[in-house]
Design a protein. Structure first.
Length: 233
């Protein structure tokens, strides 16, 4: 870790927090991930070796501690929660770009969907939802969500329980819906998202499909659309 050579606390905090991937690792820890494989599912494009290195750094500076194979935030780590949340709000409001293929990693999309399920609305009986992501790479186009009594599991291979509902869509469409840019009802009406299964399963889908916690953040009016400034008399 290369330092800035300054005594300023902001500079010294940045030495820890602004290394590549580190804010996203902290985002996953704040979001409830504790085990290595859970954290990695939230940063699927990050190598295992680099994730290990970043976790060791966070442990060394006292942001996380390892207990029984789990990575737990320390009091210093939990103090970062509002900072991470504010980064998300600022990013949503000021710098988030339109959804593109480059930013449409299906693995992170499915992890995000799993993390934001409306648990109180999940079916009590085991329900398997098969996502078929059109246009995604071959190894990332099929996913299974296993919903059981308020809990969920995400599988990249068929868990063998049978499928109760199939969801077909392009990753960019699902991302747009999850981010709140496109309404779920509108996407279903246009068949941008197609559901295949019993009627009661189709009706239940919008009840338990959650959105990003940042979906309701208001974004400023684009400069080109703002009314001209009032000139002083």
């Amino acid at each position: 870790m290369q330092g800035y050579g300054q005594f300023c606390p902001i500079a010294q905090a940045a030495e820890v927090l602004t290394e590549r991937w580190t804010p996203l690792v902290i985002r996953e820890l704040v979001g409830g991930s504790r085990r290595f494989n859970e954290i990695q599912r939230g940063v699927p494009l990050m190598s295992s070796s680099l994730l290990s290195k970043r976790l060791r750094t966070l442990e060394r500076v006292g942001v996380v501690e390892r207990q029984d194979g789990e990575y737990l935030l320390t009091p210093a780590g939990w103090e970062l929660k509002p900072i991470i949340e504010q980064m998300g709000i600022w990013g949503e409001r000021w710098v988030r770009r339109a959804v593109s293929e480059q930013d449409s990693d299906p693995a992170f999309l499915m992890w995000a969907i799993k993390r934001t399920l409306k648990r109180e609305a999940l079916p009590e009986d085991r329900t398997v939802v098969h996502f078929r992501l059109t246009g995604a790479a071959e190894k990332k186009c099929y996913w299974w969500l296993v919903l059981t009594g308020g809990d969920s599991d995400l599988c990249l291979t068929d868990p063998g329980f049978g499928v109760d509902l199939t969801v077909r869509s392009h990753p960019e469409t699902l991302i747009s819906v999850w981010l709140g840019d496109t309404g779920l009802a509108a996407a279903l009406r246009r068949s941008d998202i197609e559901l295949d299964g019993p009627s009661h399963m189709k009706r239940a889908f919008p009840r338990w499909f959650g959105l990003s916690s940042l979906a309701q953040i208001e974004r400023p009016q684009p400069l080109a659309d703002r009314p001209p400034a009032i000139q002083p008399a």
